[in-house]
Ligand binder design. Sequence first.
Ligand code: 1CP
Length: 340
Amino acid sequence: MSETSAFLAACRRQRPSHRPLWVMRQAGRYLPEYRALRAKVDFATLTRTPDLAAEVTLQPLRRYEMDAAILFSDIMTPLQGMGVDLTFEPGPVVRQPIRTDAQIDALPALVPERDVPFVLETVRLVRAGAPRGTPLIGFAGGPFTLMCYLVGGRPSKEFGAARSFLYAQPDSAQRLLERLGDAMGEYLLAQATAGAQALMLFESWAGLLAAREFTRFALPAVRRALAIARRAGVPLIYYVNQGAALMEAVADLDADVIGVDWRMDLAEVRRRLGPGKAVQGNLDPAALFAPAEELKRQVAAVIAAAGPAPGHIFNLGHGIWQDTPPEAVARLVDYVHEYT
Ligand code: 1CP
């Protein structure tokens, strides 16, 4: 089956009509129309109110010719649905960090239709309202990344509490990760059933682990999530931030696309992953602050490194910064289109 969406074609390593592009965290605080809504409604309420969450999802598509939409939600939203008491300040803060087997065993399985019905309703609204038939990406947090917040309790540079938990209580860590893997698999599958046309796992803190610990702890849980999500029949994307040491470890995952940060050269990434994977990335979010000509050169460098073979989705290497000028994103979209 050949795809009419450039994004979906690239996910499947078919030749797209042009090089597809979207931007991680493209809905959010760098957009004045998002800030205007947020001035009236707190973040958690936004994510739980389908017409508002759908509106925010569509905001970047009205401004820019993005090739994909990403559901407006947060990686921690399904955990709230599982009864975890947390607030966004603005990063997630967990009232009672998880440290014991009793807490892990008390985490219920996620039943998306019951626990996060507003997410599924948002998916349906976005599908109904997406301009130009733009496909929608559903997403979840990678199990290890979720564990970082659940065990650590709040955003952190090193997530020392979560990492030491792996070594101090390896069996408990594994149990927690397995539970999160299964829950996120069901969560992704439910988003696809509601209409999401691709599914992405964000492993934002993968780079905190050595390849050996990543392979021992993080990967088995990712495999569980992907095995469940695979039943949806849509492309699966695994984003692995700071994954320079992890490319061989992720190469045989059952994901269609591997997303990478800006530190790696995409030509090398493609070599290390082999021909069976598409790649997504990887402009430095900081490059959006460059003068126009320099941004253009940076875009060209990413496209050149990715090469002419099908299977590249242009993106940033991590989420867009909240102080990014919206005009820079307009220039980025123009340059990617010009080069392809
Ligand atoms: O005040 C506000 O408006 C809340 C800020 C905010 C926003 C806009 C948070 C809290 N989450 C989000 C939305 C969000 N988060 C999206 C929606 C899609 C989009 O904006 O286009 C997505 C995909 C996420 C995913 C997410 N949340 C990740 C993975 C992606 C990444 O950037 O690495 C992570 C790590 C989080 C945790 C989180 N939630 C919020 C913040 C500020 C953070 C980061 C905290 C930290 O640095 O540890």
